[in-house]
Design a protein around this ligand. Sequence first.
Ligand code: ADP
Length: 215
Amino acid sequence: MYILIGGEKVELSERQETIIDIVKENGPITGENIAEKLSLSRATLRPDLAILTMAGFLDARPRVGYFYTGKTGSELLTEKVKQYEVSQFQSVPVVVKEDASVYDAISTMFLGDVGTLFVVNTANRLSGVVSRKDLLRASLGNQELNSIPVHIIMTRMPNITICYAGDALIEAAKKLIDKQIDALPVVKEMKDGLQVTGRITKTNITKVFVELILE
Ligand code: ADP
């Protein structure tokens, strides 16, 4: 079993696992009694008990002792992931103006190394989204990529799926799956529209998954 401390995954020590077993069987049990069962001093156990309590495996009640919260490692992991916010994982958005040409949009996509561009109006507010396939479709059999503005081919507001910096990351991930899209603009509501402040993509979500398991 392992715990997450400040986002870091830490393997439980053998002694900590034993403490959990003792509390599972005997709880509520005082620190003194746990120490006795392990033939250790109360002081030696203090850091382990503090870690297990902090991580949510054990709970402590004054004058009652320690008891097992009944949460497994994966339940605690789930709780942790549910606390992740979009703002902690978002990337920098790459935007183009509505009157940028399809040719410009393709160049911007390459230079920005992104798969989705957000389109903004003259007031710099979100007006649409352009994906790789939108650009491929517009390019098929078309020689005049310099003369078609992106606003002609983009998916436009109000049909844009968005998220906010304070949203739970898992909600943003769910939107990507439900809508079968690669990216969401992270937006901030302004008087005259939505300001694009970030981007959440399938890559951001994949990174979280790998970090949680491997790091
Ligand atoms: P691709 O089309 O390159 O596979 P996506 O799956 O992201 O990339 O896009 C599929 C379609 O959905 C495209 O037409 C695109 O304009 C649109 N789209 C992409 N992201 C969004 C979004 N956040 N909100 C609404 N529509 C989107």
